[in-house]
Structure formats: C-alpha cells, structure tokens
Design a protein around this ligand. Structure first.
Ligand code: PGA
Length: 275
C-alpha cells in the first residue's frame, strides 16, 4: 500500500479513544477539557481532522458539557436498539441524542465477546442509532482462531454485511468503521503489523463498495488494537486507513496527543521508521 498523500481527501481523518469502564464524571470532564485545549491548534490547522472520546454512560453529560461545539465528538460505548421500553439497565439512542451525544460505538470486540452481542443485534443497534441522528463507529475484527484458519477477511465481510444490512445509503455520511483484530486488543494483545491491517482493510473497502457502490468509498476506515505513539504512524501511512480507535494509549492527555501527532506524521508520509 502506498503512503498517506493518497488518502482520499473526501474522507475525514478521525482519532479518538474508548475509555471503557474508566473515569468518574469529574475525571471525564477534566480529561475532555484538558484535551480540548491541548488539541485546539491541531484541529484548527488540520482540515478534515475529527477527534472523539467515548466515556462510560455516567460520564456522558459531564463530557458533553466540557466539549465545546465543533470540538471533540463525545460518543457512547453502546446503546439498545429499541427507542424506549421494558429493557432494564439499557440506554436508548434518543436518550443519548437528548444528552448531546454525537457518536456511538457499535460492536466493540468486548461487547461481542463478553456480552454476547451478535451480528443481527448489532444491525438493529446500528439502524436505531442512525435513525436517532447519531454517528456510528462500527467495530469489526477477527479472532486469533479465525486468523489462524485464514478466514479473517470472511469474518469481517460477514460482520460488515450483517451490521450494515438495510442501511440507507443517505446515512453513510454518519458511518465510520474500525478494524480491530480481537487478537490485538488490550493487555495481552499482540500489536498488528501494517501488513496484517492491509490484508483486511483492502477487502473491507471492497465490501463497502459492493454494498453501497461508489458511496462506500466515502466511509472512513479506522484501525484499532494496541496502537501507541510508536506504531500509530505505520497504520495511518496506509492509504485505506483514515484514522485510529485508541484504548489505553489515549487515556491521558499526554498519551492521546503523542499518538495524534504520530498519526498525523504517518498520514502525511513523513513518519520516520520508529517515530
Ligand atoms: P487498546 O484498546 O488500544 O487498549 O488495545 C483498543 C480498543 O479496545 O478499542
């Protein structure tokens, strides 16, 4: 794959973090406020750059409050597909919109693995989110076992086709997709090599084109899984990678901004080998 300058100018470049089950509301407010000041010059000087932070549900109001308009998108980590009803413990898309939440993660590997979310469940969640006016970051990725059998592409194509089934192409401007191989996520994960990412994201782009024609080319594809400042640029240098979904490395302002700078260097093709 060729380096950054071939990234489509039509696609935004997105970098953000999933805070998982971390931070109190006060901690999230402080994190978002500090991050907003730290990245303001970068946001102003980089056309097409979008940043996002996905705190736990309890932190969403405080995080939205701390994020100025046109700054960092605040995202939820999950939602229920029904607009309301008898679903004890669940949160509906219109409730998130009412808080001023902009984005929602759908299908994170931990939701699939630990909470048994299936592809048809994720299809319902994605359609409900879009219907409510949320942006969606759909996460897909194969397990180590699937990679071992050489069926990673098939897994990801199936996940995309089911999750996106019935999505009206007019809603594509609200969709972004993250490739996160399950074997690369979290403590104990094995960081992917750029070649691993290319092997899956090129067919992902083809699947999006198969589903939506040329409009499928406008959907940003992000990479996530053990990304840090040392390897971020090697992923964003790939022409089909339009940004990053961070976990641990994005949980401090210093960590987030270092990865962001490395990602932008990679994107512009000026990343040196081990920046
Ligand atoms: P990690 O998490 O960067 O800590 O591996 C990524 C994710 O879960 O999205």
């Amino acid at each position: 794959m060729t380096a950054g300058p071939t990234n489509s100018p039509a696609r935004p470049f997105l970098v953000g973090t999933n805070l998982k089950m971390n931070q109190t509301p006060a901690e999230s407010a402080g994190f978002v406020a500090e991050l907003t000041s730290a990245v303001a010059p970068r946001l102003a000087s980089t056309p097409g750059l979008r940043l996002y932070v996905c705190p736990p549900f309890t932190s969403l109001p405080a995080a939205v409050e701390a994020a100025p308009e046109a700054g960092i998108w605040i995202g939820a980590q999950n939602l229920h597909w029904a607009p309301e009803g008898a679903y004890t413990g669940e949160i509906a898309a219109p409730m998130l919109r009412a808080l001023g939440v902009e984005l929602v993660l759908v299908g994170h590997a931990e939701r699939r693995r630990l909470f048994h979310e299936t592809d048809p469940d994720l299809n319902k969640k994605l359609l409900a989110a879009v219907e409510a006016g949320l942006r969606v970051l759909l996460c897909v990725g194969e397990t180590a076992e699937e990679k071992g059998y050489g069926v990673g592409r098939e897994t990801v194509a199936r996940q995309l086709k089911i999750a996106l089934h019935g999505l009206d192409p007019s809603a594509l401007s609200r969709l972004q997709v993250a490739y996160e191989p399950v074997w690369s996520i979290g403590t104990g994960g094995t960081p992917a090599q750029p070649a691993d990412v290319t092997e899956i994201v090129v067919p992902m782009r083809a699947t999006l084109a198969e589903l939506f024609g040329d409009s499928g080319r406008s959907v940003p594809i992000l990479y996530g899984g053990s990304v840090d400042a040392g390897n971020a640029g090697s992923f964003t240098a790939l022409s089909e990678v339009d940004g990053l979904l961070l976990g641990r490395s994005g949980w401090t302002v210093d960590g987030f901004t270092k990865v962001l700078e490395a990602a932008l260097r990679g994107r512009s093709g000026s990343e040196d080998s081990a920046a």
